[in-house]
Write a protein that binds this ligand. Sequence first.
Ligand code: GDP
Ligand code: MN
Length: 515
Amino acid sequence: MARLHEHQGKALLAQAGVDTPRGVVIRCAGDAPGAVREVGGAAVLKIQAWTTGRKAMGGVVFVDTPDEAEAAAERLLSMSVGRFPVEEVLVEERVPIEHELFVSLSIDDTARAPVLLLAGSGGSGIEARAEEVARLPVDPETGVEPAELESALAGAPVQSPQREPVARAIDAAVGLARRVEARSLEINPLVTTTDGRVIAADCRMTIDDYAVFRHPELGIEIARELDHPPTELERAAYAIEQADHRGTFYFARLPVEPGDRVIGFHGAGGGGSMMSMDAVSRAGFTPANFTDTSGNPSPAKVYAAARIILAQEGLLGYFGSGSGVASQEQYHSAYGLAKAFLELGLTVPALIRLGGNSEDRACEILESACADLPATVEGYKKDHSPAFVADRFAALVEHAAGAEWSPRPRAVPGFVGSGGALSFPVRFGVNWEGRCWVDRGAVDDGLFAVIDESAPGVFRLGSAGIELALSEEEALARDSDLIAAEIECARAGRPAVFVDIPIPGLDDAPAEAPR
Ligand code: GDP
Ligand code: MN
């Protein structure tokens, strides 16, 4: 579920006809006095963090003058929530509240329908007053039954002249949720004011991930559940996932405390990844990220995942472990991982559980391709439990005596970009293209046989040496075979093939320190 910012949700509510406080978003304290003047003097300042209970943590502050506002904004902008720093403060007109109502619309998976929760006593701490909450069914087509809404509101401490506008606001909010395909929309509180208005004073809204593509107007960058606004690496990863639909790829940064023993984590399959995260955490490590590549991912996708994981600073090692009994051919993943480790010249231990189909071949590819790296790279199979591999990982990290990974640019062989090389475009996904380079002079009969075994029929040996046997259009789609050919040449000690896989947003992005 993709979350909207409070001010985004309020803007949508306002468009839908629900009154909201006048508000301005600021990112630096110096803008606070002007913002307060703009909203009319007495104001509320609220941290824009993806959390509830901001008032209890001091994230909601009332001010009466522009000067007070600057000091308050200074304080709010130096707060952190879950170790993610507060970057925005919403400055709003302070409304004279009479009553606070709790209004929450969500999709109830059990009822397989939207459900509206309503309480006459809204505001902070509603979670602890569950018995006061009315539950109203919502028809996806027609919304809430007016009579039901009326009787639910009869119990609320709202005066009768305001009941009708309250009902209208709730109705409009339900209509909005339907239009933007929200999974949830909470207004806590929806308030009545002493001057007779009905206003949405807070708004938390999430959109169904699978509907996000239908709503570009919402400006959602990543259709995924995150507890923080997306980082550069998360954006880069999401772009890859959108481009290459072979298998899934998920990457999210995780909170890290100073002093944690931080590692890169690369899982395969949801349940197996969870089990593996537990195992490596129990061995004393903190994953800097959660990553899952599964469902038969392409080597290019696994490669991109490894590159993105290794763009994180300060890792003590790389722990790859998933279900352990994958039905997909595991050598595809081995090729992708080996390519990333070789290009980056990995220096910290990498242990990868590659259990499942073709696990013997996968482990052999990974270990022999990486044999000359400064790092220890080991593959494990279905008979090795995550706990066993985590213990071995701990021993290797111990042996490396605290050496930390620092991200570096990838190495590219000398024949890439040279006029004498054979070169043609390769496609990994929608709008995701790179190039294959072949060092013509290095390919003799023996090496041609190696290449042709991995990428059958792509090349032939002509009188002037290796050349494409396919049209460029046909060769475009052979990316997985070409990556295999690259690694097989490297294993043969004669790296004559290179697939240049650009990762938009990564190659220029600075390394990310642990969060
Ligand atoms: P939350 O604590 O993260 O849910 O933040 P809210 O935006 O819901 O604010 C928390 C509480 O602050 C509300 O329940 C109100 O009691 C109070 N509050 C927020 N805005 C106003 C306002 O404009 N006027 C007044 N009088 N109280 C407000
Ligand atoms: Mn609230």
